[in-house]
Design a protein around this ligand. Sequence first.
Ligand code: PMP
Length: 402
Amino acid sequence: MSWFDCVELGPPIEVFQLTRQFTEDDFPQKVNLGVGAYRTDEGKPWVLPVVRTAEKALANDETLNKEYLPVLGLETFSAASSRMLLGADSAAIAENRAFGVQTLSGTGALRVGAEFLARHLDKTVFYFSKPTWENHRLVFLNAGFKEAREYRYWHPESRALDIEGLLEDLRNAPEGAVVILHACAHNPTGCDPSHEQWAQIADVVKQKRLFPFFDSAYQGFASGDLDKDAWAVRFFVERGFEIFCAQSYAKNFGLYNERTGNLTVVSSNLANVAAAKSQLTLTIRGMYSNPPSHGARIVAHVLNNKELFEQWRGNIKTMSSRIIEMRKRLREALEALGTPGSWNHITDQIGMFSYTGLNEAQSLHMVQKHHVYMLKSGRISMCGLTPTNVGYVAQSIHETLT
Ligand code: PMP
């Protein structure tokens, strides 16, 4: 008899299970298009050169020690993060209505923000895009939300954004619901609203008094330009919305396992900032007490140094350009093979991921027959493609669809 006899086996997490299967597979031409992590042209993980530079400087800095950080984290990091998101000329920052809180990567920012909203604003209903990053539901429900609802996003026939469906679903939302919006480089579809469509979304958010919770896991990855990728968030803030935004440095700094993130909070009233900060402090204190320092120090070191900041922008360009190049090559290869269907969506989509349009059976066939590991939804990570394997992947898609 064990206390744990009553515990049921939970479902596996698809993306991690896929990586495990990939690792165990000894097929020489296997390709991993599952996990969203950058790879070089040689298919290797990449520590950004600017990160190496910052780490060396930090290692040599005798003034640094291993004391606890404050509960809300390293201020030089969180302030620089919010500035990077909202822009150096942000009125919200100048008026001290915006601030950042260091969190355990993007997931931690979502979790801390969601728990605050559930506990202090009595929020119960949240909306996420259909489809979305598979963790949004779990993070918000674990944070105390009661009801997960979807808004339409992907239109399978046109392989593009279903803006009418999206607007209709948000129009039918209960007043005050929280809506998760991907700031840029939508995961998994790689398909973002245009500026005009964002304006339409903002109108509905205002009309229904929804609370916009942005998720910015890919700033710099969509266009290669940090400012362009922050357009939607800045647009909402300039229109006077109060927002939360979860920022992750997993992808754009390659700091996946350092768990480095920030929750940017924008309030319309300076008078509410102290109370909000005090409650966020208690939320974090009761969750993990205070955050780790290494990743935050790296990011702060780079963001607060003009020269290193420029280097970092160059590193982002390297990553985003390689992804764009792989999109081009995959599309060209499929078109050259005469693979059925149109393939312009591969190059129209942006960011790390592409929604190929392959259905579940076809995606499984790709894994089982061709050893090309991809999610059941048909999502592929463009980072897993290299000049060496793109031809093989195209051949495999071709065989699967013919
Ligand atoms: N949001 C989205 C949309 C993501 O794709 C990810 C990473 N896959 C995250 C948040 C959070 O990632 P992390 O916690 O590693 O920063």
